[in-house]
Structure formats: structure tokens, C-alpha cells
Design a protein around this ligand. Structure first.
Ligand SMILES: NCc1[nH]cc(CCC(=O)O)c1CC(=O)O
Length: 305
């Protein structure tokens, strides 16, 4: 029996729903006769959080629930923000598709200041990402970094309530939610190296060659090559989205240029490294750069977290 229906398990946050609908629309374009349904899933308790606080077997509760739905046959695929996707998959599941990357940069969002450089002495900046915190403090030790969690709309509401002079968010989330006007400026990757996978969406699925063939038109080989290097670096450093690791790969013809960074949360120590290598072996490149960061002292910083 050929596949006639694909069910997409998704979280219910605005961003998760946007991403699921994006995959749905693109799949529908590629296969007009295919039936595609969303299966929105409410998580216990912490559904308002973008970064799940509760970890189950090393994974966020959300990811676990989406995976259960696929393993139990209630859903066929799940759509993830690649920067939040774990490195390991349960038996029977894998991540065959990586879609074209949106803008990978972080965005400066403020109601009073046009750019990071305009922030006055001692300004309060909202982020709960150690990666952002360490890089911003390295540049501006006078700033006060203040805890900020929640989904994109929650974070913006807290900014608007006056709790922060500015907040830092992934540009991709704001662009997808049609909130480009909220972005006062983009932070260059030289100032703020993104998280591995930032801005890219991936599709997790059961092992099934027919399903995979249907999904193939959504795959972006260039994005996948870049992310293979970034994810290998993060994997070698045992990092998730809660650690102060930045990494970013760009294609230069057949070659990848990979930059990586590990920083102490106070921004006093930043370890940078970069390397170039063949684009068809990003994994080796990522591992190699992670080794270099470790040789330069990254291990000590990461152990202290
Ligand atoms: N960790 C939260 C998260 N996961 C994915 C995105 C959106 C951007 C993306 O897809 O990389 C965000 C929001 C943010 O970091 O501001």
C-alpha cells in the first residue's frame, strides 16, 4: 500500500506550528495528492517554554513526546528547530531531511536602541543563553545580562513591559513569525557566533524508504553539509543549547569554513578556533575543530558549567 497520508507531530507554540505548516505546505506542493495532517501535542506543564527545562533521558520532554507519537504510529514525522535537536535518536527514528536555512544570525531587539553598540553603560540585556551571554559580556563587560525565558511572544512581552533595555533572539524565529519590524539590527557572526544549527529546520521520521522518498524534495544539501560540521563540533563537546558554545559553518565552493567558540559565562575567557576542509566531510571537520578548542582549554570551561 503506497503512503497516502502523512501526519506531522508538532508542539503548539507559534514557532513550532509555523515550522510544521511550512513542511506541510512544501510537501503538499511536491505531492498534490498526498493528504497531510498536523497532530498538535500539548506537553505536560511546561508548554510555554521554548527550551524544555525538564529533561527525560537527556532529552527535552517535547522531543520525547513527539518521538513517542512516531514510535507508537500516531504520527509519521516531526519538525524540529535544528539547534534544539539532540544528537542521538531512539531506535527506529532518524533525521533524514534538513531544510534550507533561514538567516542564522541573532537579532538585536529593543524599544529604545537601534543597535548593540548604542546600548548605554550598564544596560540590561535579556537572554538565558550562555552562548549569547559570554560573547556579549566579552565585548561589553558593563552590561547586565538578565534571565529571559519563554517562547518568542513571551520574551517580546517582557521586553515591552520594560524589564529589559534590549533582548537577543534568533532572527529566524522573528522572521518566520512575520515580526521582521521587531529586529532593530542583526548581530554579525563576528560579534555573536550563532548556535550550531540555528535557523535551520529538520524532519525526524521513522525509518521507511517510501516516506523518505516523499520527503526528499524538502532536503537542502548545502544546509545539511554546513550542519554536519556544526553538529559534529557540538557533539564532540557534549553540548546542547544550554552550554556556551557557538559554531557556524559557511560554504566556500567545495569547501567548508567552520568557526567555533567556547566561552566562560562571565565573558572573561573566550576561546575561538576556525578551520577549513572539504564540504563532503563536515563531520570530520567539526570533530577536528572541537579537538582544537579542547586543546586550547575549552574542557575546563565546560566542566565548570
Ligand atoms: N532555543 C529556542 C529556539 N529554538 C529555535 C529558535 C528559533 C530560531 C531557530 O530556528 O534557530 C529559538 C528561539 C531563539 O533562540 O530566539
Amino acid at each position: 500500500m503506497p503512503i497516502t497520508l502523512i501526519r506531522i507531530a508538532t508542539r503548539e507554540s507559534a514557532l513550532a506550528l509555523w515550522q510544521a505548516n511550512y513542511v506541510k505546505d512544501r510537501l503538499q506542493q511536491a505531492h498534490p495528492n498526498l493528504q497531510i495532517e498536523l497532530l498538535p501535542m500539548t506537553s505536560r506543564g511546561d508548554r510555554v517554554l521554548d527550551i524544555p527545562l525538564t529533561k527525560v533521558g537527556g532529552k527535552g520532554l517535547f522531543v520525547k513526546e513527539l518521538e513517542m507519537a512516531m514510535l507508537e504510529g500516531r504520527a509519521d514525522i516531526a519538525v524540529h528547530s535544528m539547534k534544539d535537536v539532540p544528537m542521538e535518536f531512539p531506535e527506529g527514528l532518524h533525521l533524514p531531511i534538513i531544510c534550507e536555512r533561514e538567516d542564522p544570525r541573532d537579532a538585536f531587539v529593543s524599544n529604545h536602541y537601534a543597535s548593540f553598540d548604542e546600548l548605554p553603560q550598564g544596560a540590561v540585556v535579556g537572554t538565558s543563553s550562555l552562548r549569547r551571554q559570554c560573547q556579549l559580556l566579552a565585548r561589553r563587560p558593563d552590561l547586565q545580562v538578565k534571565f529571559l525565558r519563554g517562547n518568542v511572544n513571551t520574551r517580546l512581552a517582557k521586553l515591552d513591559a520594560g524589564e529589559y533595555d534590549a533582548i537577543i533572539l534568533a532572527a529566524a524565529g522573528l522572521l518566520r513569525l512575520e515580526m521582521r519590524e521587531r529586529i532593530r539590527s542583526f548581530l554579525s557572526t563576528n560579534v555573536l557566533l550563532p548556535a550550531g544549527g540555528q535557523g535551520a529546520v529538520g524532519i525526524e521520521a521513522r525509518h521507511d524508504s517510501e516516506l523518505e522518498a516523499l520527503l526528499t524534495p524538502l532536503h537542502c544539501a548545502e544546509t545539511a553539509a554546513r550542519l554536519s560540521a556544526e553538529r559534529a563540533l557540538v557533539k564532540r563537546l557534549n553540548g546542547g543549547c544550554q552550554v556556551p558554545i557557538g559554531c557556524y559553518a559557511e560554504l566556500e565552493g567545495d569547501s567548508l569554513w567552520l568557526r567555533g567558540l567556547v566561552g566562560s559565562p562571565d565573558g572573561k575567557t573566550l576561546i575561538h578556533a576556525e578551520c577549513r576542509g572539504p564540504a563532503d566531510n563536515g563531520e570530520a571537520l567539526g570533530t577536528q575543530l572541537a579537538e582544537q578548542l579542547l586543546a586550547d582549554g575549552a574542557g575546563k570551561i565546560l566542566e565548570a558549567i
